[in-house]
Design a protein around this ligand. Structure first.
Ligand code: SAM
Length: 280
């Protein structure tokens, strides 16, 4: 278990500089680390995937509570520190790889098939929060829960609800598959080095039975991004470059929606109905 001084000593001992390009902001507050792990509600029947092990502060606590920890870390220089700091455990594997290049479905099959419950718990590298999350959600339905630390602004978008300024295409891409809740806010002073934004921990619970059904999900998410392409414009004006204006208007009228409605006013169900009407 490491505090700020120990992490700095480790980095010095291994002659390593903290790399901004990898979003390296290490958590140095034991209470926040414990709070993240408590939010995950782990036990020995659960396998955890951690993205970005860093120097192992969170990995240490995950190894104590979970059955197994599969930890991805892109920075090969950190691997010896990670191994050193986890030497008292045997229920983990460190993989020195870019998580965006991992075939996660195959990895789960190869390494975690004996676990029925798989969670992701991570203090994410903020520069790639969205691609990491969307990639995992799209590639596998084997992960039932995500406990993720991220930039607060992104957390608010992910959990955004209709008629708020936070609600956007990312809210829909995530909430189409998961129940999303912002669990708690985290100040910038608990990181080394301090980032210039505040953070928050988000919990995502994958719906066991799909809550929403769209046949062509890729086209649907593209359609939603188009709907939000210019926030000041109405839904019709955002869509009319791609689709026939008469059909868009018909779709809105059929669904009891006003012709000058803006995208942030529509629920996920309404987006689905409009999409299906326009593309049928
Ligand atoms: N878990 C540690 C903690 O809480 O202190 C470190 C968190 S730090 C915000 C993010 C970590 O993700 C860094 O260790 C960084 O090197 C790693 N990382 C960055 N990009 C990555 C990628 N594409 N794949 C895997 N790990 C990555």
């Amino acid at each position: 278990m490491q505090n700020k001084r120990e992490i700095l000593m480790d980095l010095k001992k291994y002659n390593i500089n903290i790399k901004k390009k990898y979003g390296q902001n290490f958590l140095i507050d034991q209470n926040i680390l414990s709070k993240i792990v408590d939010t995950a509600e782990l036990d020995s029947t659960i396998a955890v995937i951690e993205i970005g092990g860093g120097v192992g502060s969170l990995t240490d606590k995950l190894c104590q509570k979970a059955g197994y920890v599969l930890c991805y870390e892109i920075d090969s220089e950190l691997i010896p520190i990670l191994r050193q700091n986890l030497k008292e455990y045997s229920n983990y594997e460190i993989i020195n790889q870019d998580i965006l290049k991992v075939d996660i479905q195959q990895e789960i099959k190869d390494k975690l098939s004996s676990f029925s419950k798989i969670y992701v718990v991570a203090n994410l590298p903020y520069y790639i929060t969205t691609p990491i999350l969307l990639n995992l959600l799209e590639k596998t339905d084997r992960i039932q829960r995500y406990i993720l630390m991220m930039q607060e602004e992104v957390a608010e978008r992910i959990c955004g609800i209709p008629k708020t300024k936070e609600y956007n295409a990312l809210s829909i891409a995530v909430q189409y598959r998961c129940k999303a809740t912002k669990e708690f806010k985290v100040g910038r002073n608990v990181f080394l080095p301090e980032p210039n934004v505040d953070s928050a921990v988000v919990k995502l619970e994958l719906y066991r039975e799909k809550k929403y059904m769209v046949e062509d999900e890729t086209s649907f998410f593209g359609f939603v991004r188009q709907c939000f392409s210019q926030r000041r414009k109405t839904l019709v004006n955002n869509l009319c470059k791609e689709y026939d204006k008469t059909i868009i208007s018909e779709a809105l009228i059929q669904n009891g929606l006003s012709l000058d409605i803006r995208s942030e006013e529509l629920s996920i169900e309404e987006f689905i109905k409009i999409f299906e009407y326009i593309t049928k």
